[in-house]
Design a protein. Structure first.
Ligand SMILES: [Zn+2]
Length: 381
């Protein structure tokens, strides 16, 4: 997947390639976009283009030694810097990106849309504050002052320069006056967290969120999801391809089935039917429970749109649309607002480690009462 750009990113890639052909690659640039956009994938592809020994126009050859090494992220002239935590057996101040390079490569190759949370999870770090430290900055300066190894070019990719903080000042000089044939590509999500002095010295390249249609295509073609599940994930991911990939890896259920079953049983309020379903949900694990509730939330938002505008939103599948039409006799706008609140509140509860069975049981009672228009006051759990 690392090797393929989405059709929507092609324009940006072609612009960069054309700058390269004119010998006008900016010495320092920031590819920025929301979490889960293609900014890192684009930077990897463009780096490959720069070092490819056999490129024809905009085309990368894909088979020269430089291409092979860069697709495996082992090209000696493409350097990677990213936020890290203390490495076991080392002091924090002595730990740098290279200490985690194999894990970084594996993570990015399997998901170039990786988020900082995914990365911290990969490092087994829950509460540690990642950063890019002084030693790293000094090493960057040193690396870039050395001769390149195999390519005439040296490329430095800094993922999430937001984590540089004030250390970024140490890099100003190399960003302003880099050595010849050296390119610095920063991959950022939040420009407000980057020093103004860096921003003013770099060319900004804005990368849009992944479009629903293109994400759907990837989920069906590359991940072989069937259409209904792919659409559910697209609607949950909301332009964040990394989130979609995370969901594919944690999701085992068709959420629409589960949601409608849960709503039906909550409405009927038969304790034995509810208990068995809640046990199923409790066994899913916390990530999936959150995904499930998120799915419910996005369904009811679409539903709200439908009853407000009488128009079918693009994210509603045929099955969901049929159910939504039937639901109209029971769930009016007022009830729908309350359901959205209920789901929203319980996503927070589950995230805060609330007990799943108790949470889902309380939620089911509230849902049942809501649907029957009995009692809208929240149940304390
Ligand atoms: Zn090549």
């Amino acid at each position: 997947m690392n090797n393929q750009l989405l059709p929507q990113d092609l324009n940006i890639y072609l612009k960069l390639a054309s700058l390269a052909q004119q010998g006008r690659i900016p010495h320092a640039m920031i590819c920025h976009g929301r979490q889960g956009s293609s900014k890192l994938a684009l930077a990897l592809k463009f780096s490959q283009y720069i070092v490819c020994e056999n490129k024809q126009g905009n085309e990368i050859c894909g088979s020269c030694p430089a291409c092979i090494k860069s697709t495996k992220m082992i090209h000696p002239d493409i350097h990677y810097v990213f936020p890290v935590i203390k490495k076991e057996g080392k002091k924090r101040m002595d730990t740098v990106s290279n200490d985690f390079l194999p894990q970084w490569r594996a993570s990015v190759l399997s998901n170039p849309y990786i988020s900082i949370r995914d990365w911290m999870k990969e490092l087994g770090a829950d509460n540690n504050q990642p950063n890019i430290n002084t030693k790293e900055c000094n090493e960057i300066i040193q690396k870039l002052s050395l001769q390149s190894y195999e390519s005439p070019y040296k490329i430095l990719i800094i993922w999430l320069p937001e984590y540089l903080g004030k250390e970024g000042n140490r890099l100003l000089k190399i960003i302003e006056e880099p050595t010849d044939n050296t390119y610095i590509i920063l991959i950022a999500e939040d420009l407000t967290r980057i020093l103004g002095t860096i921003l003013s010295r770099t060319q900004l390249i804005s990368v849009p969120p992944v479009r629903d249609g293109e994400m759907l295509q990837v989920l069906q073609d590359d991940y072989h999801l069937e259409a209904t599940r792919a659409s559910q994930i697209v609607s949950l991911a909301d332009g964040d391809m990394g989130a979609a990939i995370r969901m594919i890896r944690t999701t085992s259920q068709d959420y629409s089935q589960l949601l409608f079953q849960w709503i039906r049983r909550s409405y009927k309020s038969k304790p034995e039917d509810l208990t068995s379903l809640i046990n199923t949900i409790a066994n899913l694990g916390r990530e999936e429970q959150k995904n499930f509730l998120q799915y419910g939330l996005s369904f009811f938002r679409e539903y709200l749109f439908l009853i407000q505008t009488r128009k079918r939103g693009p994210r509603l599948t045929n099955e969901e649309y049929d159910i939504a039409l039937k639901m109209q006799s029971i769930v009016d706008m007022e009830k729908c607002y309350h359901i959205v609140e209920l789901l929203d509140e319980n996503i927070r509860n589950i995230s805060r480690n609330a007990h799943p069975k108790i949470t889902f049981m309380a939620m089911s009672m509230q849902m049942g009462a809501l649907l029957k228009g009995e009692d809208l006051s929240p149940v304390n759990i």
